[in-house]
Design a protein around this ligand. Structure first.
Ligand code: NCD
Length: 305
């Protein structure tokens, strides 16, 4: 039995297979409409979510399966003091596969250790978000046609943004990938990402503060929200909140074939006028999240179609 805690849990070959499966699902949805008949997905969300939880549920329903779960800790026995480990152990008697999101780093991993069914990390605190990374990889593959030979700009809250951490870990395994890390000094990527993941793999990267200085070089601009819920005080958040705003004027500095991505939700870091720009891909990215989660469910449940 396999779980998914980090994008590194899949080899590059396995990722290729998963992305090809997602591509086939997009093209031939009818072929997969009953692949999970009789199977149940549990979504255990101890933190707010729109896309991740609903795209997981949509994915299972589109595979013919069913879903159950909770969308806030307060409506689960966590409110009575039950441990994540006990909750997931019990849920593994009710479902065939489980996606869990939790504000504490490592909680899904703890939950997986006593589980009888595959457990998927749907975001753990400021740590990892592997299924967003699968979504991002599929988006890049479909839009740029490749996962190698890319310069990727990651902009915003690189310290607390778990999608950024997972995406960097996944992309360093492809050839000739370089990064431009665009953040205020206080929100730089954690040192373990810089030292172990980037420098440890000899990946070229630079850190800059101004988005304008990076734009012209990028094949992909990955914008992120300042992660309000991870700040220790409101004042710091308010100071950081308007730091980056991508607008049509800044888009003029970018290559014609650059793509703009964002895991969403957006607060104010991309102005709505950018939505009209052909290079804006964040809503399609959310759509790819369904296909890739369908592929993931099939893979972890070992369903052959
Ligand atoms: C992200 C998350 O939860 O980390 N959202 C998502 O799953 N698409 C990004 C965010 O909340 O900023």
């Amino acid at each position: 039995m396999r779980h998914l805690m980090s994008p590194m849990d899949f080899s590059v070959e396995e990722l290729d297979k998963l992305l090809s499966l997602a591509d086939d699902i997009e093209k031939n949805p009818a072929k997969y409409a009953h692949a999970c008949d009789g199977k149940i997905l549990a979504t255990c969300f101890y933190e707010p979510s729109t896309r991740t939880r609903l795209s997981f549920e949509s994915a299972m329903l589109r595979l013919g399966g069913q879903v159950l779960g909770f969308s806030e800790a307060g409506s689960s026995s966590a409110a009575k003091g039950e441990s994540v480990s006990d909750t997931i152990r019990v849920i593994s008697c009710y479902a065939d596969i489980c996606a869990i999101r939790h504000p504490k780093e490592g909680a899904p991993l703890v939950g997986s250790q006593k589980s009888l069914i595959p457990v998927i990390n749907a975001g753990d605190g400021g740590h990892q978000h592997p299924t967003q990374t699968l979504t991002d990889l599929l988006t890049i593959k479909q839009k740029k046609g490749r996962l190698d030979n890319l310069t990727i700009g990651l902009c915003g809250d690189l310290k607390f943004g778990r999608t950024v951490h997972s995406l960097i870990e996944a992309l360093v395994r492809y050839e000739n990938v370089s990064f431009v890390l665009i953040s205020p000094e206080e929100l730089r990527v954690p040192s373990y990402i810089r030292e172990e993941v980037l420098e440890g793999n000899n990946i070229p990267y630079k850190e800059v503060e101004r988005l304008e200085d990076a734009m012209a070089d990028l094949d992909i601009l990955y914008m992120t929200r300042i992660q309000k819920e991870r700040f220790f005080n409101e004042e710091d958040y308010l100071r950081m909140k308007g730091f980056y705003i991508l607008d049509p004027k800044k888009m003029e500095l970018a290559k014609q074939d650059m793509i703009v991505m964002h895991p969403l939700p957006r607060v104010n870091e991309i102005s709505v006028e950018v939505d009209k720009d052909e290079r804006a891909n964040y809503f399609e990215q959310a759509q790819y999240g369904v296909y890739v989660r369908m592929a993931l469910i099939l893979t972890l449940l070992e369903v052959q179609v």
